[in-house]
Design a protein around this ligand. Structure first.
Ligand code: GDP
Ligand code: MG
Length: 310
């Protein structure tokens, strides 16, 4: 990166810079919102809860501002396994470190889990913006305003914003709104950087997303994708070779992931390759293996090996 970038902010100039954590129970749309705000996919999304396992930083740089979004794993009530304990620790530690916290809920829905997340946010003591997501599917519409009034009264929110991350409605003004809660400082990241996640991490997340979307029930929670190799193809200049192992907890899960005649794995490979190509901006040759490691989700050493620092 040179000192001066496309938008003309130099390293010495001050801008509103800081951290904004996305907080909320699983499945309210935090990752979808992050991707919509960044205009680029850096956080994986699926209809299943617990898709986001570790914190992901997405960086939005605009003239005069740089917002570092932290997409947290959801906070869970019951944490029987080490991976759940890890996810909770990660989420809670970030809240107090943020300059502002973005509390995401679903329109017309308030659950005990929302209540618990709000409790954590109050403890963190940072300004809270309440983001009411999924207004596109709020039915009947007439209930939206009363719902907003009701939830707005639950805490001393700095702002309340209804929006739809999926339809990209109500999100245009968010960066300015958030920036108002950030201190002035030099940029924290080079202006061209969208995430601080490593290439390995992004590649494994992209593959895990494709698997999670195609698998039923508990299988997605029992798998992890480990990148064994990533490098230049020997036969084709510019082509990237990605070698990945899909670790599952049981032999039965291995058969499920591979699918009849290898069909499911092939489909996952095809879909992942397209996203990898888009993310890395070059053609990708993807090699996938499926291996069994019993009980890895409750094994601290295995978690560390797979990048979930405990
Ligand atoms: P997270 O667990 O909070 O990160 O939630 P995700 O971003 O993974 O989204 C969970 C599900 O909600 C996915 O199926 C999304 O497509 C869906 N979703 C997210 N935002 C919206 C929205 O604004 N409207 C609707 N209808 N669905 C949404
Ligand atoms: Mg998520």
């Amino acid at each position: 990166m040179s000192g001066e970038d496309a938008i003309g902010t130099t390293g010495e100039e001050l801008a509103r810079c800081g951290f904004a954590a996305l907080v909320g129970r699983p499945n309210v749309g935090k990752s979808t919102l992050l991707n919509a705000l960044l205009g680029r996919k850096i956080s994986i999304v699926s209809p299943r809860p617990q898709t986001t396992r570790t914190r992901i930083h997405g960086v939005l740089t605009r003239p005069g501002m740089q917002i570092v979004f932290v997409d947290l794993p959801g906070i869970h009530a019951k944490q029987p396994r080490a991976i759940n304990r890890y996810m909770n620790r990660t989420a809670l530690a970030s809240l107090a470190d943020s300059d502002v916290n973005l509390f995401v809920i679903e329109a017309l829905r308030w659950t005990e889990e929302d209540e618990r997340a709000l409790g954590e946010l109050r403890t963190a003591g940072r300004p809270i913006l309440l983001l009411i997501n999924k207004v596109d599917r709020a039915q009947p519409r007439s209930r939206l305003l009363p719902f907003m009034a009701e939830v707005s009264a639950k805490a001393d929110f700095a702002q309340v914003v209804p929006l739809s991350a999926l339809k990209r409605k109500g999100i245009d003004g968010l960066p300015d709104l958030i920036a108002g809660y950030l201190p002035e400082s030099p940029l924290l990241y080079p202006a061209g950087q969208v995430t601080d996640a490593s290439d390995n991490f992004m590649a494994s997340e992209i593959i895990r997303e494709k698997l999670t979307r195609r698998l039923q029930e508990e299988v997605p929670y029992g798998l992890v994708v480990e990148i064994e190799g990533m490098g230049q193809a020997e036969d084709e200049p510019g082509k990237l070779v990605v070698q990945a192992v899909i670790w599952v907890e049981r032999t039965g899960q291995k058969a499920i992931v591979i699918g009849k005649g290898g069909e499911l794995l092939k489909e996952v490979g095809r879909a992942a390759r397209l996203d990898l190509k888009q993310y890395f901006g070059r053609p990708v040759h993807l090699e996938l293996w499926v291996k069994v490691r019993e009980g890895w989700t409750d094994d601290e050493a295995a978690l560390r090996r797979f990048g979930y620092e405990t």
